[in-house]
Design a binder for this molecule. Structure first.
Ligand code: MN
Length: 229
């Protein structure tokens, strides 16, 4: 059975349920652990959502809108994802988790979409707590990507699908190794992958919120399948 390390965050329950519902065991990890302790017995890494990554981590000064920072969490997760990659563990990053992946391998972030990206659509939908799965905008998915393969049953016109959206930051410069495999119609990056990895995928939306109804279960199933091999 796969054991998936999930980075601790405030709204943890949906991540836990999404992992449990595809037959895997979650292990919650945080910066009170060493990297060695966090990855002990772990076969896959799920990086959860949360606060903004400190801009110092990608050599920028903080924009006025950059939110609550968690320097210890940044330090822990950046080291964790690098070590997981070194061990060739499957990695799945969600929202902040995608941003952590990009920064860890040399990319940057857009600190605030509304004030820094002209013509951007709305990405920070505030939804009632019981409706976190409300669909918000379309994404366009690159053909011949892992994401396109996994979401093939949900794609409209072969390459688009609707996702939820609760972020004010986004990926800026993409880390050299990664490939962008989904964008919103305004150009905001919604997914990256590491080609030729066992499973190394980051998404900007929140597929974990759909664990009850299964719209994005295929992502968790394939992640856990890779972590079981
Ligand atoms: Mn979005």
């Amino acid at each position: 059975m796969a054991t998936i390390a999930i980075t601790e965050t405030r709204k943890l329950e949906d991540y836990r349920q999404a992992i449990i519902h595809v037959g895997s065991e979650p292990k919650i990890v945080n910066h009170d652990m060493t990297i060695e302790q966090a990855l002990d017995g772990v076969t896959g890494l799920l990086l959860s959502g949360g606060d903004d990554v400190s801009p110092a981590r990608y050599n920028e000064t903080a924009h006025a809108t950059t939110g609550a920072l968690a320097p210890e969490r940044d330090e822990f997760e950046l080291a964790l994802v690098r070590e997981a990659r070194r061990r060739n563990l499957p990695i799945f990053g969600i929202c902040r988790g995608l941003q952590v992946m990009n920064v860890a391998f040399g990319g940057t972030l857009i600190q605030d979409i509304p004030s820094q990206v002209q013509g951007a659509g709305e990405h920070r939908f505030t939804v009632p707590p019981h409706l976190p799965f409300e669909l918000a905008h379309e994404i366009w998915i690159e053909k011949d990507s892992l994401l396109a393969t996994l979401l093939k049953d949900r794609l409209v016109d072969g390459d688009s699908c609707e996702v939820n959206s609760r972020h004010h930051q986004a990926l800026g410069r993409i880390a050299p190794e990664f490939r962008v495999t989904a964008t919103a119609p305004d150009g905001i990056v919604e997914a990256i992958e590491l080609p030729n990895a066992r499973f190394c995928l980051g998404v900007q939306w929140h597929p974990e919120n759909f664990w009850r109804t299964g719209e994005f279960r295929a992502l968790f199933e394939d992640f856990v399948a890779a972590a079981s091999r």
